[in-house]
Design a binder for this molecule. Structure first.
Ligand SMILES: Cc1cc2nc3c(=O)[nH]c(=O)nc-3n(C[C@H](O)[C@H](O)[C@H](O)COP(=O)(O)OP(=O)(O)OC[C@H]3O[C@@H](n4cnc5c(N)ncnc54)[C@H](O)[C@@H]3O)c2cc1C
Length: 462
């Protein structure tokens, strides 16, 4: 290993690696403080060629590598435990923006926000919308197949990409940077890297799909009784064909944000059991206001809605979204939290909540379920906050037992134990035990054929 590390440090320019503990430190902790890593060396290559040179040396010396983008992943996949850390933070070039093809080529380390800004400059949008967009990288988004708030209209990240450039575990460079919408010339190799969590290679750049920018985004927040009303409300909100977002927040999460996070306030005059946040893409502000009023009028008439706030300005729209965006931060004020990222078919969401809430109370009396998130695409962040005043460590020690219950219920409705965050370290054992053996065998055989030495993110997923 020492020999290989020395080779890496001599083969790469001094700006492309570091062993400085202070520089490396923030890369070794992650957002949830769940994993604390360590590494002998952090590589910060500045070009695809430098990535390839580094990986070739690692392959020759059997040195394991953990790729890292913005370090916002929530399943521990980006945290090295003794492996070399390869950060894409210096691969930040927007290489090409082509509004005719509606395509953009961006290097993997570009933040999602930088991609949004570059698209806006040519009057286009890249519609992936995550609260972490100021920090997460496009390479990380592709590697986790990130979802976010716009999935019900635009799909997940894998639907938003033409192809990728990636450095393979042997150091070869695969170039799939096309903007062709039709190209049936064999397996879609770029797709292999989407959602691969860095196990098959390092994505160095991507050709992304751009979309027309809506003239206006009409936002509204609605108060409802619970998941059943929310599901019926979704049907009405979708009837326009313009719905881009449909998120839910239960009262406990809403209050955790509005009562604890600076500058957040409750836009309603009284508390409600559940809140829905919706966006519609419309041709003008007037058309947006008319559409929201008409749809929400229907919801009132059907007795599905307790109250509603229709955003009247960009700043009011931003205030409403901020409550949803602060949900993760807000929950820290509730103490320890056991977190899930599950998805079930939409029609089963109310039954999922009913069954899971009852099972949780039976398992941990007085625990506080906080099920929020991307209701419109079936993805619920079903988190369980500790009972008030309980011992945090003792509560968190029940994570695996609680997982078994939640995952059993999820699967009983035909759902998935990982909707958008991926498998990482956190759900590796769960996947191995629960996935169809044929699927596991296929995943392992693809991994083995591309990475026979198991040097790419070796502890993750498979
Ligand atoms: C506040 C908050 C809100 C979030 N909201 C959402 C949400 O709504 N939807 C959602 O899907 N996720 C969400 N996330 C999770 C996270 O932001 C996404 O998973 C994001 O895509 C990770 O990007 P990253 O650049 O931070 O990746 P990292 O955390 O750096 O890495 C994630 C994984 O990808 C691998 N990886 C990173 N870059 C590369 C590369 N270039 N090549 C190969 N492998 C690579 C890593 O090894 C790791 O396995 C949220 C996170 C936070 C903190």
């Amino acid at each position: 290993m020492t020999d290989g590390l020395n080779k890496l440090m001599t083969a790469l320019p001094a700006q492309s690696w570091t062993q400085d503990a202070d520089i490396i430190a923030p890369h070794l902790v992650e957002w949830r403080d769940k994993y604390q890593g360590h590494t002998p060396l952090m590589l910060t290559p500045r070009s695809t060629k430098e990535v390839a040179r580094a990986v070739k040396i690692c392959a020759a010396h059997n040195i394991k590598i953990v790729p890292q983008g913005g370090n916002t992943g929530l399943v521990g996949g980006q945290t090295p435990m003794g492996e070399v850390l390869l950060s894409t933070k210096k691969l930040t070039q927007i290489c090409d923006v082509n509004p005719v093809d509606n395509a953009m080529i961006a290097q993997a380390g570009c933040t999602l926000q930088a991609v949004h800004d570059a698209a806006a400059k040519v009057d286009r949008q890249f519609p992936l919308l995550l609260s972490s967009q100021g920090s997460c990288s496009i390479g990380g988004n592709l590697s986790t197949n990130a979802g976010g708030n716009h999935v019900l209209r635009y799909g997940t990240t894998k639907d938003l990409v033409f192809g990728v450039e990636a450095v393979l575990p042997n150091g070869d460079i695969y170039n799939g940077l096309t903007s062709l919408r039709k190209d049936n010339t064999g397996y879609d190799l770029s797709r292999l890297f989407l959602g691969a969590e860095g196990t098959l290679g390092i994505i160095t750049a991507a050709s992304l799909k751009l979309f027309a920018r809506p003239a206006h985004l009409q936002r509204a927040m609605m108060a409802v009784d619970g998941p059943d009303a929310a599901l019926k409300l979704l049907d009405i909100c979708q009837s326009s064909g313009r719905l881009a977002m449909f998120e839910v927040i239960p009262q406990i999460g809403f209050r955790a944000v509005t009562e604890n996070i600076p500058n957040q306030r409750d836009p309603f005059t009284e508390p409600h059991p559940w809140y829905v946040l919706a966006d519609w893409e419309t041709d003008s502000a007037q058309a947006g206001a008319d559409l929201a009023e008409s749809l929400l009028g229907q919801a009132f008439e059907a007795a599905l809605m307790r109250d509603a706030v229709i955003a009247q300005s960009d700043s009011q729209a931003a205030q409403l979204l901020a409550i949803r965006e602060h949900m993760s931060a807000g929950q820290k004020f509730l103490g320890g939290s056991i977190k899930f990222d599950i998805t079930v078919p939409l029609n089963h969401i109310p039954a999922f909540f009913e069954k899971a809430d009852a099972a949780m109370q039976a398992q941990i009396p007085a625990c506080r379920p906080v099920g929020f998130g991307h209701f419109g695409d079936g993805n619920i962040h079903y988190n369980i906050a500790q009972p008030e005043g309980a011992d945090k460590e003792a509560f968190l020690a029940q994570w695996q037992a609680v997982s078994e219950t939640v995952f059993d219920i999820t699967e009983s409705f035909g759902g998935s134990i990982s909707a958008e965050h991926g498998i990482g370290i956190m759900k590796k054992e769960d996947l191995a035990r629960r996935a169809d053996p044929v699927k596991m065998a296929l995943l392992r055989s693809i991994k083995k054929s591309l990475d026979p030495q198991n040097i790419m993110n070796p502890r993750v997923m498979v």
